[in-house]
Design a protein around this ligand. Structure first.
Ligand code: CU
Length: 144
């Protein structure tokens, strides 16, 4: 609360230009992710997790929608294990290491072999065509 008040006072003292940039910050809506893009809310990059762990997928600047039709500004999540992001315009493969969340899921539980893994969160359109690296985040986790 104290901190919030200090912030308000500081903001009040700022010029119009600075206020405009603060308004832009507001676009983050209180989350840690980018203004436009995708990110793993959980796990965090570098985390050590148990063999089964919860994953929270997030996006800002697009809307999650189930797969099927192409609707501009929407897509669904994919998690790629140890394979990296999928190039813009390429269809995301459907196999053991490319998971599709075509029902519009934003949360899941993964089960991985022990060791360090790269997890890429990739947004793609209703036909599973990748939106590319601007809509992808890769993190590394260590599975115990
Ligand atoms: Cu898909």
């Amino acid at each position: 609360m104290k901190r919030w008040m200090a912030w308000t006072m500081t903001a009040a003292l700022m010029t119009a230009g600075a206020s405009a940039s603060l308004a832009h910050e507001g676009a983050h809506e209180g989350h840690d992710g980018p203004a436009r893009g995708v990110w793993f809310e959980a796990p965090k990059d570098g985390a050590t997790v148990s063999r089964e762990f919860e994953v929270k997928m997030r996006v800002a600047g697009m809307t999650v929608r189930k797969a099927g039709e192409i609707v501009p500004g929407t897509g669904h999540f994919h998690i790629i294990v140890d394979g990296g992001c999928v190039k813009k315009g390429e269809v995301v493969a459907k196999d053991a290491t490319h998971m599709h969340f075509g029902k519009g899921q934003k949360e899941t539980t993964l089960s991985l072999e022990p060791g360090t893994h790269a997890l890429s969160l990739q947004l793609a359109d209703g036909h599973h065509v990748s939106y590319g690296k601007d809509w992808c985040q890769t993190i590394h986790v260590t599975v115990k």
